[in-house]
Design a protein around this ligand. Structure first.
Ligand code: ATP
Length: 270
């Protein structure tokens, strides 16, 4: 498998001001020297305690924020220092799906409109009728209906809104999805449906995912490999199905043991 995403020594430093003008801002590394390689078609999970830098790493890779040091490569090209204009094709190829899709949907526009517009802007379709026809097919592919085209975001459930987010990514022919806790706010049965949809789409369209999550059972079920973050660094990388048995780093063991101590039988997903 070829490499699709690679980071080299990727870091993000924030300056935190105390509110007192005479005190020097405190600088800390939210992401600290991360080397990560994701192969085409692979699902890499990203776990770690709250505040360990998972979302920041996702945003750096998606080039939504500028790294302080290091590089991001996508499909073999160094995209670290590209201008906003030069990044536009990469923003199409890499899409982020957040826990709360509603926040990225315009409440005043129909979902059909919100999927068609980027398709036309990014040149995926040349004509509105062509784009609309593709959107009908994509809505069905993600488990929604043609009739949903003319509905507004508030008319959908949380699970349906995540399907809309996935539809938007498919509409612009994204290849790499950063899934930032996409199912954490959903009921277990809806969560399983969305994860299975994502697995089917990966198979059919050879998509690649970076999946940020807290639920180790979901990670074990959904991912091929898992990267563990602690204080901004990736401290361990291992196959997802060996997470419980082979984890050695203390921060991974802490995450794994906290799950196992609850109930080893119940916590496993599949
Ligand atoms: N814009 C920002 N300015 C200053 N600090 C920030 C900013 N964004 C994130 N941070 C800090 O960087 C650290 C890492 O945050 P991040 O959201 O990446 O962690 P996370 O592992 O995704 O956490 P969670 O699991 O709770 O979502 C945290 O201490 C956070 O407060």
């Amino acid at each position: 498998m070829t490499l699709l995403v690679e980071t080299k020594n990727l870091s993000k430093t924030y300056s935190i001001t105390s509110g007192f003008l005479w005190k020097k801002p405190h600088r800390f590394k939210a992401v600290d020297g991360v080397d990560l390689a994701i192969r085409s078609g692979e699902i890499v999970g990203l776990i770690g305690e709250s505040g360990s830098g998972k979302s920041t790493l996702g945003r750096l890779i998606a080039r939504l924020i500028q790294p302080s040091e290091g590089s991001v490569y996508f499909d073999g090209k160094d995209i670290t220092n590209l201008s906003h204009k030069e990044l536009i094709p990469y923003y199409r190829r890499m899409q982020v799906i957040f826990q709360d899709s509603a926040s990225s949907l315009n409440p005043r526009k129909t979902i059909g409109e919100q999927i068609v517009t980027p398709m036309l802007r990014m040149g995926i379709a040349n004509h509105r009728s062509e784009a609309e026809f593709s959107v009908y097919l994509i809505l069905e592919k993600v488990g929604l209906k043609k009739e949903h085209f003319t509905r507004y975001p508030h008319e959908f459930s949380g699970g349906q809104r995540q399907r809309i987010g996935i539809a938007r990514a498919l509409a612009v022919q994204a290849e790499f999805l950063i899934l930032d806790e996409p199912t954490s706010a959903l009921d277990v049965s809806i969560q399983a449906q969305i994860l299975n949809l994502l697995l089917d789409l990966r198979e059919e369209l050879n998509l690649t995912y970076l999946f940020i999550g807290h639920n180790l059972a979901v990670i074990e079920f959904f991912c091929d490999r898992v990267a563990v973050m602690d204080k901004g660094r990736v401290v361990e990388m291992l196959p997802a199905d060996e997470l419980y048995e082979r984890a050695v780093h203390p921060s991974t063991r802490k995450l794994v043991d906290s799950v196992l101590s609850l109930d080893p039988g119940v916590q496993r997903y599949s």
